[in-house]
Design a protein around this ligand. Structure first.
Ligand SMILES: [Cu+2]
Length: 94
């Protein structure tokens, strides 16, 4: 089952990406958007805009997305095996 979250257009959406029990690097990608990384591995960041930051194993990350792209966008780890195990979610903006 694919996890889904919904948001309205033209808002700021804060998403927490929890650490996962895999000791690998996770290239976190959100289709059709760039976003700001606001925390990574417990460290606050500012001005770090990405569309695919690398998240280390056993680390967490928080991102801020401006929801200016209506429709569905897939947020996922870019490692195929991790996607196969369910490391993905669908963001629906309307
Ligand atoms: Cu991964």
């Amino acid at each position: 089952m694919l996890y889904e979250t919904a948001a309205r257009a033209d808002e700021l959406l804060l998403l927490d990406i929890p650490e996962v029990d895999m000791g690998n690097i996770h290239p976190i990608h959100l289709h059709r958007n760039t976003f700001e990384v606001t925390h990574i591995a417990g460290t606050p960041t500012a001005g770090l805009r990405k569309d695919m930051p690398m998240l280390g194993g056993y680390q967490e990350m928080a991102i801020c997305v401006v929801t200016d792209q209506t429709g569905a966008s897939l947020l996922h780890c870019h490692q195929q095996l991790h996607m196969d195990y369910g490391f993905m979610a669908l963001l629906r903006v309307s």
